[in-house]
Ligand binder design. Structure first.
Ligand SMILES: [Mg+2]
Length: 511
């Protein structure tokens, strides 16, 4: 029987080490359907005092990979995850969701044969209802996920689309609006996002009674959404209309009451007080009406309804100020963006590849390398070399020999502003060996810049993947050792070093 090819998927889970992660892995392992090629767990704890050691079921052994996220929030963690993925599709899951017993089979059906212009496929989210009573305010808040558009609790995107739009905007610091922002950018670029058939259950986690006040922090993210997508962004993103305008009524009433009382204008103060009480009462009743009217819920609704309007207004104003001050989106290095530095692969890119060479006498620069490097130097671009030298870890050559070869390259093609060398074997599992991002990050740091302002030029897929994992721009200069697949999947391909340098410098030309 001819089976349709299985779609290659990486599952990316940003995690803060919740116990639910083990249950999620167990459910993935026991689900019917094809296993994902990679399960990338991005450890997003700020304090990583202990390593994240998930209980990996046997069937997922060799597929689960824990990568450091840096504690910079879910948008960054997801970016780290998908940049490590090597598959066509990336399926994002939250670390506390429970996929059904056939989630993987449904995912495979959802993704198989999707037309080229479909960039994403969203799963169904179920939030269990309590039995015998109405949902509380907090439970209704979580249940909003069921109808949310593009929620990343279960969302699959094509990796090349994530790459082309630069992934998640890391200026959204919390798990709020960052998924709608991505969906809006993807659809604005002409792609479609469809709904699939797979289902996950989302829990209602225990929360303190003031959770609804804390959730008002999300108001600070709305001005950035309006700046990026225009005032009608809620409509395009299918987001419910907020209550912000209504929150202005009691907040203004409260401020006017306090102000006019202080000024001795009692009549105005009384009117303003009535506006505040009326606005607050209306808001509280709206929240009490659909819920269980237990004494605890009633007390919570009254107390938080007093606090929410002014807190929401404060957060919105804070967001408006921050949106103006925020730096441009931190996205992948891309064509058109001026580069601070260009990081070159060594063997096969700058010099003719002689495997495990420890002899300076056998160093031969690639034709045109000197001229290409000098063009960059003349333009004021910093230059670095990022090179895997696994011959050291394998015992084939010493670090001294690698240094001697590098010194010879410096004589012929230098000076270089930074050298970053990985001496490990592939089996060592280090974070520096390309295709991991370590060497690129290290070189960028040493140059006082960020990887997103760097370009990596190399001859194989590992160079490209290391660049993308770090958020840098990648240009492939193929040679006889480069495979057709590596050429086909590279974001940019140059015919030779000079051509690659022209592509780098093109971003600097113009107004
Ligand atoms: Mg190479």
């Amino acid at each position: 029987m001819l089976r349709p090819p299985t779609t290659r998927v990486a599952v990316v889970v940003p995690t803060i080490g919740r116990p639910s992660l083990d249950e999620l892995l167990r459910r993935l392992a026991t689900s019917t359907g094809p296993l994902p090629q990679q399960v990338l767990l991005v450890d997003d704890r700020r304090e990583r005092t202990r390593p994240l050691v998930p209980t990996t079921p046997a069937s997922l052994a060799g597929r689960v990979q824990v990568v450091p996220g840096g504690g910079r929030g879910p948008a960054h963690a997801r970016n780290v995850g998908w940049r490590r993925a090597t598959t066509e599709w990336v399926a994002f899951l939250d670390d506390d969701v429970a996929p059904t017993g056939h989630w993987l089979a449904d995912l495979a059906i959802d993704l198989r044969g999707l037309p080229y212009d479909v960039a994403g496929c969203q799963g169904h989210i179920e939030v269990l209802s309590p039995t015998g009573r109405a949902r509380t305010d907090w439970e209704r808040d979580v249940a909003g996920l069921e109808s949310a558009q593009w929620a990343t609790a279960d969302m699959a995107y094509r990796r090349r689309v994530l790459r082309s739009v630069g992934g998640f905007d890391e200026r959204f610091p919390r798990a709020y609006r960052e998924d709608a922002d991505l969906g809006l950018r993807v659809t604005a670029a002409g792609w479609r996002i469809v709904r699939g058939s797979r289902v996950i259950r989302h829990p209602v986690r225990p929360a303190p009674w003031w959770i609804s006040v804390r959730r008002q922090a999300g108001n600070a993210d709305d001005p950035l959404m309006a700046m990026r997508h225009g005032p009608d962004w809620r409509q395009s993103a299918g987001a419910p209309h907020g209550r912000f305008r209504r929150h202005l009524v009691p907040t203004t009433g409260l401020a006017a009451a306090v102000g006019s009382a202080a000024a001795g204008r009692r009549r105005v103060a009384h009117i303003a007080l009535a506006v505040w009480i009326g606005g607050t009462a209306e808001f509280a009743w709206r929240r009490i009406r659909p819920g269980p009217r237990t004494p605890a819920e009633l007390a919570t609704m009254v107390a938080t309804s007093v606090a929410i309007p002014p807190v929401a207004v404060y957060q919105r104003v804070r967001g408006m100020v921050a949106a103006r001050r925020r730096p441009p989106a931190r996205e992948c290095g891309a064509p058109g963006r001026a580069a601070d530095a260009v990081l070159f692969d060594r063997d096969g890119t700058l010099i003719v590849d002689v495997p495990y060479n420890g002899d300076p006498g056998r160093v031969t620069p690639v034709a045109g390398a000197r001229r290409a490097l000098d063009r960059l130097r003349a333009a004021g671009v910093a230059l670095g070399v990022v090179t895997n030298q696994s011959g050291v870890g394998r015992g084939r050559l010493g670090l001294g020999a690698v240094d001697a070869v590098n010194r010879r390259i410096d004589e012929l093609l230098g000076p270089f502003d930074v050298w970053a060398v990985c001496p490990h074997r592939p089996a060592d599992g280090c974070g520096c060996r390309k295709p991991a991002s370590g060497l690129v990050d290290e070189a960028a740091r040493a140059l006082g810049t960020d990887a997103i302002r760097c370009v990596v030029i190399g001859d194989i897929g590992g160079d490209v993947d290391a660049a993308l994992a770090a958020g840098a721009r990648a240009i492939l200069v193929p040679n006889a050792a480069t495979s057709p697949a590596e050429i086909a999947t590279a974001p940019e391909v140059a015919s030779d070093l000079d051509d690659a340098v022209s592509m780098v410098l093109a971003a600097r030309v113009g107004p």
